[in-house]
Design a protein around this ligand. Structure first.
Ligand code: SAM
Length: 266
């Protein structure tokens, strides 16, 4: 199983929440049922960050089904924000999407879609469209990354990093940074109305811990993908300079993400 460390998910949560679009939620409110408890399916729930962002913005009562294949993450989700919100956890491998019960008013997900394959996205769209279910797919990386100050090797390192993002991360070759636009294309073909907003992380120099994680993660991925794009020496040099810039309080980072809301036509 491809595991996501608890510490990483906790570290990114405030940046995720600061980045997510609230304009999309206002549109979503118009189409959700008001006369009965809301049912929400959270795909790849992790530690529940997506629920903690969205639940306070939706009418109550709500019932959330939190799905993930990692039981340790599900066990650490904790309590919902209010007693008008109930949660159940479901340990489930999303590769078996055809076996998942989609009795829900909304499918929600956060930071999942770049991991999945083109085929998986197509299956998801078929399941949604067959039952006219809306989806809110938040915080999918879109490939825009801006380090400041710039380094002469940023572009090369980023190219290697992007190549790594299309490797198999559990679902077959990943759709990577194409994910949101591909989802949009598939849902539009099933007559969904799409609204898309940028939801970028802006990380100031003071947030050294997450900057270190991102610099280390970028260097590690670039190293794995390096043979035909860059060299070990280039990655090592870039990594050392970026670590030094964090230590001197000079590095900031913008990471591009997209939030997408898709509403069925009926
Ligand atoms: C980047 S994390 C995002 C977690 C959470 N949505 C958040 O934003 O904090 C990706 C999540 O996908 C889950 N995941 C990856 N592959 C999965 C699979 N095949 N089935 C179910 N969950 C999976 C991981 O366990 C992890 O919780």
């Amino acid at each position: 199983m491809n595991r996501f460390p608890t510490e990483w998910l906790r570290l990114r949560e405030p940046f995720d929440h600061a980045a997510r679009s609230t304009a999309l939620i206002e549109t979503l409110l118009d189409i959700l049922p008001a006369s009965r408890p809301l049912r929400i399916l959270e795909l790849a729930a992790g530690l529940g960050s997506g629920m903690r962002f969205l639940a306070p913005l939706l009418p109550t009562p709500q019932h959330w089904t939190m799905i993930d294949h990692d039981p340790a993450l599900l066990a650490s989700i904790g309590q919902p924000p209010t007693n008008k919100i109930t949660l159940e956890t479901l340990e489930f491998d999303l590769r078996e999407l055809d076996k998942l019960n989609f009795s829900t008013d909304l499918v929600s997900t956060q930071a999942l879609l770049d991991l999945v394959s083109d085929d998986w996205l197509e299956s998801l769209v078929n399941r949604l469209a067959d039952q006219s279910i809306p989806i809110l797919a938040a915080l999918t990386v879109d490939g825009r990354v801006r380090w400041s100050p710039e380094d002469p090797k940023d572009a090369e390192i980023q190219q290697a990093f992007r190549a790594h993002q299309t490797s198999d991360r559990g679902f077959g070759p990943s759709v990577g940074t194409r994910a949101t636009l591909e989802l949009e294309r598939l849902l539009s073909a099933r007559n969904y109305t799409i609204i898309r907003k940028q939801a970028d992380w802006s990380i100031a120099p003071a947030f050294a811990r997450i900057l270190k994680e991102l610099v280390d993660g970028t260097a590690e991925a670039a190293m794995e993908a390096c043979s035909n794009i860059t060299t070990t020496k280039t990655v090592t040099g870039w990594h050392r300079r970026r670590r030094a810039a964090i230590a001197s309080g000079d590095l900031s980072l913008q990471v591009g993400h997209l939030d997408l809301l898709a509403l069925p036509s009926n």
